[in-house]
Write a protein that binds this ligand. Sequence first.
Ligand SMILES: *[C@@H]1O[C@H](CO)[C@@H](O)[C@H](O)[C@H]1NC(C)=O
Ligand SMILES: *[C@@H]1O[C@H](CO)[C@@H](O)[C@H](O)[C@H]1NC(C)=O
Ligand SMILES: *[C@@H]1O[C@H](CO)[C@@H](O)[C@H](O)[C@H]1NC(C)=O
Length: 475
Amino acid sequence: MSLMVISMACVGFFLLQRAWSHVDGQDKPFLSAWPSAVVPQGEHVSLQCHSHLGFTIFSLYKEDGVPAPELYNRRFWKDILLGPVTPAHAGTYRCRGSHLHSPTEWSAPSNPLVITVTGVYRKPSLLAHPGPLVKSGEMVVLQCWSDMKFEHFLLHREGITEDPLHLTGQLHDGGSQANSSVGPMIPALAGTYRCFGSVAYSPYEWSAPSDPLDIVIIGLYEKPSLSAQPGPTVQAGENVTLSCSSQSSFDIYRLSRDGEAHGLRLPAVPRVSGTFKADFPLGPATHGGNYRCFGSFRALPYVWSHPSDPLPISVTGNSSSTWSSPTEPSSNTGIPRHLHVLIVSSVVIIPFTILLFFLLHRWCSNKKNAAVMDQEPAGDRTVNREDSDEQDPQEVTYAQLDHRVFTQRKIARPSQRPKRPPTDTSVYIELPNADPRSLSPAHEHHSQALRGSSRETTALSQTQVAGSNVPAAGI
Ligand SMILES: *[C@@H]1O[C@H](CO)[C@@H](O)[C@H](O)[C@H]1NC(C)=O
Ligand SMILES: *[C@@H]1O[C@H](CO)[C@@H](O)[C@H](O)[C@H]1NC(C)=O
Ligand SMILES: *[C@@H]1O[C@H](CO)[C@@H](O)[C@H](O)[C@H]1NC(C)=O
């Protein structure tokens, strides 16, 4: 019974195989990439070879790009994970399917699949002319440019699976640029755009993506109205609030100031009066400007209303004297005051020291010559000690301050770290030569600070090692 089932299955299998070899071309497997065929350098991509004929094993090969000998004569079960991806992974791949019982017979090759590696060069810039807010039906020019010489630019809109738009780069002032006209503007063209650059000899290696650029279509809904509290003319330092409202049931209001790229957004709140309103608190007024607001709906974030009538806000009173005065002058006068103290103290201390030295010298010269030889270095030493006593609190404060900054921010600054030990040790070496009795408290404090900083340095180098180990282990 079971033998019959097996033999029937075998017959079925052979028939299927024959059918497959007869209808050549239809049995082609399908090669796809997950999560995307455009892979940032260093990440992974999974290639899957699908077939309705139920192949159990697959082989993968590369048609162009850098050859991949690691794929030759290898069989894969379901999918293949490539990565961490390097520029050498870029190129066109195909797969073939086979059955376990006849591993030498391979299907026709699959569709070609291009794997593009991004992040190979630094990112270009993307700009919109005349601006990213485009009236319905108007054109916008998207300009991609770089200080590198890219022969090609690729313009991509987020959420679109189609291949990016291919633009030919034009060399320009040592760099390159390309323009793409988008429009007449409809909601389907609005969205987040990015561009990439590539060079002619390696078309599947792209730069890092440009910063995202939101292209918004405006003018599809009625304009809201914009008002200011307490009014459009305010005293410097007075709190200003701008209110955007409309009879339309907008979800979100956007406030933008002329000449500024990024505006504010707030949810609209329904009012008893039947309007939908948002209050933008701008805080204390510093400088004026021309404001506009727009209404939009959550489901269509790139479709906005007509702009409100522009609202010019003017600030009275001298903003530079009444407004910036609390911050700037205090830091400006802080340094002269400090200098002043230094000058006064040096004017007092230097003549006093000279006088003291002169008196000491006179007193010493009255004694025997041998005694002079003994005492002069002692005088020298006291001066030295005073110097180091003056320096020590500064050194300690500095080390402690640095320690605090380090623990708060946990940022490694390897370039600055090595500079400190030499200055620390030079002080440290000098101290034992001086009188240990009078210097011990400061000395102890100082060496504590030193120990603290050396402990920090150890911890720092450990984290650096741990950090640098991660990519090394990955490769
Ligand atoms: C692209 O458009 C901008 C603005 O319209 C213009 O300044 C620039 O020269 C254009 N570049 C090219 C290559 O056409
Ligand atoms: C401005 O508003 C903030 C709170 O929003 C408040 O703390 C501050 O005192 C106000 N300043 C003036 C000048 O009214
Ligand atoms: C504003 O203050 C600056 C000095 O802070 C002064 O030079 C300028 O004349 C003042 N302007 C007005 C309009 O008061």
